[in-house]
Design a protein around this ligand. Sequence first.
Ligand SMILES: [Zn+2]
Length: 164
Amino acid sequence: MIIDAFEFARRAEEASGSLGLDELARIDALNRGERLDWRLVGSTDERNRPFLDLEVKGAVELVCQRCLQPVVVAVDVLARFLVATDDAEADAVPLDEDAFDVVVGNREFDVVQLIEDEVILWLPLVPKHDRCPQPPASQTVAPLRSERSSPFAVLGKMKKDPKS
Ligand SMILES: [Zn+2]
C-alpha cells in the first residue's frame, strides 16, 4: 500500500488492513498463512509536524533456537513516527527523543515496508520458548556408535526416554 505520507498526516487520515505473512518475505515465518492486522493513523502536533501512528497485531510462528520446534511469538507493535522530509531533517531530531521514531517520508510512501520493518524489530533475534516442550534435540539423539553395536539397546533407551 502506497500513501503520500505528508498528506496522510496533514489530513489526519486513517487506514487499516490485514497483511499475509506471505507478503512479508523478510520475516522468517514458518507459517506463511498467518495474517497480521494493522492500522495507520495520521496526525500533526502543535508545531504542525506530521506524524504517523502504527499499530500491528497478530502472531508469527518462528523456530525456537533451543529445541528447533515452532514457537509462536505474539506481535503487538505500537509505534509513533515523525515524518521527516529528508535524511538531514531526520538526523536533526534529538537522539534523546524517545516518544517517537523518525521516518523519512515521501509522496509514495510504502506502508507495507514500514510494517515489515517494525515487525522485524519487534521479533526476537533469537526466538525461544519460555519453557521448551521437549528437551533439546542434541540430548535425544542416540550416539551413532551404540546404534551400530546394539540396535536393541537403543530401542530400550528410546522407550524409557518419554518417562524420564
Ligand atoms: Zn523451544
